[in-house]
Ligand binder design. Structure first.
Ligand code: GDP
Length: 305
């Protein structure tokens, strides 16, 4: 994952290896490697421009410290290369952070709601199952609502997930999704469940009918969280999708899926900067336990090797 970006940073680091001082020319050469790799990884153009400008501003003309003191008070010798990498790390982290993996949940005697939205094939249904599994581990009692009523396969898929997780699934035929979502809350109360996860319909592309329906569900149940599930493999389209869903629904955050594949991963670096909303989780595989909390510092470290 993110191999393209990591390669760019490695090249930049190698240019500065062993150098005691960073000259503006060295910074520019290194930033060129990084800029190319970020664009290849499908990071949004404006985000690349800002990132490069921030690193440049910090790195150029900086008196390179020969020792730094870490959090434990230990002094370490650093080279210009190390110092440059540290600047990149901090700026990458700032781009994606701060950490916010929170899910808003009411006390257990009330029903909380999580509305899952996303394009078809993004991994929305799978991720709904993964979140239910996480909530179970956290001592919650989830109920899944199958509100993707246009694809019978989606309802069946959710029922299979529910059986596997031993979590009830609510569905009624011929009920419009906003009403179905509302009845899902009632079903949760009846079955003594405390979190409703609504798996909404997706389309191959954003369209007006989809957005209007999602707005109607939101208005009808006022969910505590609206999370967009986004396929990291679709690159810059993921950022455009994120921005449009956020404009219409005012999202609480994002879940990026398929980061276990060879996704270029640029979306992870762009979404926060473009929308101002956090990435909360990463999908790292198809099975129910493959959901990781998003840690900007962890991803920055993986990129910088
Ligand atoms: P939906 O149409 O958005 O509900 O998408 P699905 O949940 O049906 O997922 C579409 C495909 O992506 C399925 O084959 C899933 O197994 C797969 N998928 C979902 N999340 C991940 C992930 O994090 N990693 C990988 N490798 N595959 C995933």
């Amino acid at each position: 994952m993110l191999e393209t970006v990591a390669k760019g940073f490695r090249a930049a680091k190698n240019r500065l290896a062993g150098k005691k001082e960073i000259t503006p020319e060295m910074v520019d050469e290194s930033l060129r490697d990084i800029r190319v790799s970020l664009l290849e990884a499908d990071v949004a153009f404006d985000v690349v421009k800002k990132f490069v400008a921030r690193v440049r501003e910090k790195a150029v003309g900086e008196v390179v410290q020969t020792t730094v003191t870490d959090k434990a008070g230990q002094k370490h010798r650093v080279t210009a290369g190390d110092h440059f990498v540290k600047i990149c790390h901090d700026e990458l982290e700032a781009l994606m952070g701060p950490v916010d993996t929170s899910i808003q949940l009411k006390p257990k005697d009330q029903v909380s709601g999580i509305m899952m939205v996303g394009l078809q094939g993004s991994g929305k249904t799978t991720t709904t199952g993964k979140l239910a599994s996480k909530l179970l581990k956290d001592g919650r009692k989830p109920l899944l609502v199958a509100a993707d009523i246009y694809r019978p396969a989606a309802v069946d898929q959710l029922k299979v997930l529910g059986e596997r997780l031993k979590v009830p699934v609510y569905f009624e035929p011929n009920v419009p999704p906003p009403e179905l979502a509302k009845r899902g809350y009632a079903a949760a109360r009846e079955q003594k469940c405390d979190v409703v996860l609504i798996d909404t319909a997706g389309r191959l592309a954003i369209d007006e009918a989809l957005m209007t329906e999602l707005e109607a569900i939101k208005a009808n149940v006022r969910p505590d969280n609206i999370l967009l599930v986004c396929d990291a493999m679709i690159g810059q389209d993921a950022v455009r999708t994120a921005a449009e869903f956020d404009r219409r629904l005012s999202l609480d955050g994002f879940i990026l899926t398929k980061l276990d594949g060879d996704a270029r991963g640029g979306a992870a670096l762009s979404i926060k900067e473009v929308t101002g909303k956090p990435i909360k989780f990463l999908g790292m595989g198809e099975s129910m336990d493959k959901l990781e909390e998003f840690r900007p510092d962890g991803l920055a470290s993986r990129i910088l090797g």
